[in-house]
Design a protein around this ligand. Structure first.
Ligand code: ZN
Length: 197
């Protein structure tokens, strides 16, 4: 079995890959949902995943930064494996990311961005905007699960342990809606799913 199979099986074994009818924050519907919190629930899994992702992202990195909440545990583990510091921004009331808690980033710092799941790349781009605004540079993008279509965000290839191609549907074309299957809204971001953010 290749590495990808190993990590998919790990996610499936802890119920992190769920099947059902899910409303994503983009408004689209999907029949599978990845809840990375389930695999990170066991710190041993978090360390394993972080070490492997760090191996794939190794390079000239000064700092690891992850978006809250979903990215924080895995980002921290990647930072641990790389032996580098870790920071996370927070959303201020207007919805933008901001560094708080005394966190700061120096101009020229080389930042690895780590997330749990990357789908549209929207959160990654928001984080890049914040970091670049501090004069830092992105040197890598990684995730436990890559659900993106092109496996890149703004030209950065997404390093991921698992690639899942999961179809999403507009409400009008959703086969699950057509069958009358009740829809769920997992995740933490507003009324939709964090992973689609
Ligand atoms: Zn639907």
């Amino acid at each position: 079995m290749n590495q990808d199979d190993r990590w998919v099986r790990l996610l499936e074994s802890v119920g992190a890959v769920q099947t059902g009818h899910f409303l994503l924050s983009s408004g689209r519907h999907s029949e599978r949902y990845v809840q990375c919190a389930r695999v990170l629930e066991d710190p041993r899994n978090a360390s394993l995943l972080g070490a492997e992702l760090a191996r794939q992202m190794a390079g000239e990195v000064d700092r690891v930064v992850s978006p809250p909440l979903g990215g924080i545990l895995i980002g921290y583990e990647v930072a641990r494996a790389l032996g580098k510091p870790f920071q996370f921004p927070e959303r201020v009331p207007d919805g933008l990311f901001q560094l708080r808690r005394g966190f700061s980033i120096r101009p020229g710092e080389r930042i690895a961005i780590v997330e749990d799941v990357i789908t549209t790349g929207r959160t990654t781009r928001e984080l890049m905007a914040l970091l670049h605004g501090h004069g830092a540079q992105t040197v890598g993008v990684g995730a436990i699960v890559d659900r993106s279509v092109n496996h890149e965000v703004d030209g950065w290839p997404v390093r991921a342990l698992v690639r899942l191609e999961i179809p999403t549907y507009a409400y009008s074309e959703c086969p699950l809606c057509a069958r009358g299957v009740p829809i769920a809204q997992p995740g933490s971001r507003k009324q939709g799913v964090k992973e689609e953010a």
